[in-house]
Structure formats: C-alpha cells, structure tokens
Write a protein that binds this ligand. Structure first.
Ligand code: 5GP
Length: 191
C-alpha cells in the first residue's frame, strides 16, 4: 500500500477511558479527519448503525478477509469477538484527501504504528484510575458482569503499554483532555 504522504491518527485506550468522546471532539474541530470504520463480528448495540459505527460482519466473512490479507490490522479484542481495520477503509479515506482516525485497541494500535511509523500519530488516553474506569463502564450500562470484568482486566494490562505511544493524555477532566488532544493535532496536521 502506498503510504508516503498519508497520515494516520490513532486514538487508543482501555475501553471506557473516554477515547470515543475525545475522538468525536477532534472530528468536530478538524474537518480533515474522517473516522475509520472498523469491521467487527460483535452484535450492534441499540444506537449503532452498520456502515457508520462499524461494518458488522459474520465471523466467516471476517476470517475470509483475514486470509485474503484485507486487514491493515485485526485483533480478537474480546473472547470470540474480532475487530479489524480494513486496508480498503484507509485507502477510501486517503482518496478523499482526509486523515483516517482509528479508535482501536492497544495491540491493534501497536501494529499500525509498526507498519506505518512515519505517518502515524498515536495518542494513548489513560483513565485516572482503574476504579474510575469501572464506574464509567457501569454508568454506560452496556456491560454484563462478565464483560465488565473482562474489560477491567484488559484495561489494567493495556495501561502497561502506554509508553509505546507518541503521546499520553490522562482523561481526568474531559474538557482538559480534549484541549490537550487539540494541541497535539494542530501540530500533527500542520504540514
Ligand atoms: P466496542 O465493542 O466497545 O465498540 O469496542 C471494543 C474495543 O475494540 C475498543 O477498545 C475499540 O477501540 C476496539 N476496536 C474497535 N475497532 C477496532 C479495530 O479495528 N481494531 C482493533 N484492534 N480494535 C478495535
């Protein structure tokens, strides 16, 4: 894939750290950003739309895309649930002269960074604490006890990788975190 002048923004964090809010904020501030729609095998939540939030596909189709090397990266983010960034999605966004924004998990983010080291800005959003993260996930009301525990365990593990990313933003007060992200982006998108 030709990537010479094509930038990528990765926003990564443990689930519930607030990366989606920061991503939405940045997309409003910077019209050159376009959300990279991932493919996933998990079921859509009530407010989610196919082709907008995710490309919701079957495990069979996901696996055939892995075999055909159609993914820039993919992960089994949770037990049995696959998520991946399609190369065609990056190309689609670059062809519009826009910068794709990848809201992806930590391992996937590390893979993208290794593959596109020169064009990528990676931001790790750190929750103020694991307790706070648990509170946020509970208030979202989308998790079962089992999936909540899985997310908390994964979060603690992921925080250990934060130093691998270009920038770390601690999301204590969302407004401050957004402003920090805005400064980073203004610099990254400058030329
Ligand atoms: P959720 O199920 O809450 O939408 O997402 C769960 C996790 O999967 C989040 O951390 C999200 O960032 C991550 N994720 C979403 N899309 C991708 C992707 O394409 N690749 C990887 N590696 N992770 C993804």
């Amino acid at each position: 894939m030709e990537t010479k002048h094509q930038k990528i923004l990765i926003i990564t964090a443990p689930s519930g750290a607030g990366k989606t809010s920061i991503t939405h904020f940045l997309m409003q501030e910077f019209p050159e950003l376009t959300f990279s729609i991932s493919a996933t095998t998990r079921k859509p939540r009530a407010n989610e739309e196919d082709g907008k939030d995710y490309y919701f596909i079957s495990p069979e189709l996901f696996k055939s895309k892995i075999q055909k090397k159609e993914f820039a990266e993919w992960e089994m983010v949770y037990e049995g649930k696959y998520y991946g960034t399609l190369k065609s999605e990056l190309k689609r966004i670059w062809s519009l002269n826009k910068v794709p924004v990848l809201d992806i998990d930590v391992k996937g983010a590390l893979h993208i960074q290794q593959q596109y080291p020169e064009n990528t800005m990676s931001i790790f959003v750190e929750p103020p604490s694991v307790d706070e993260l648990k509170k946020r996930l509970l208030s979202r009301g989308t998790e079962t006890e089992e999936s909540l525990n899985a997310r908390i365990n994964k979060a603690s593990y992921e925080i250990g990788f934060k130093e691998h990313f270009d920038k770390i933003i601690v999301n204590n007060v969302l407004e401050n975190a957004c402003n920090q992200a805005k400064e980073i982006l203004a610099e990254f998108l400058k030329n």
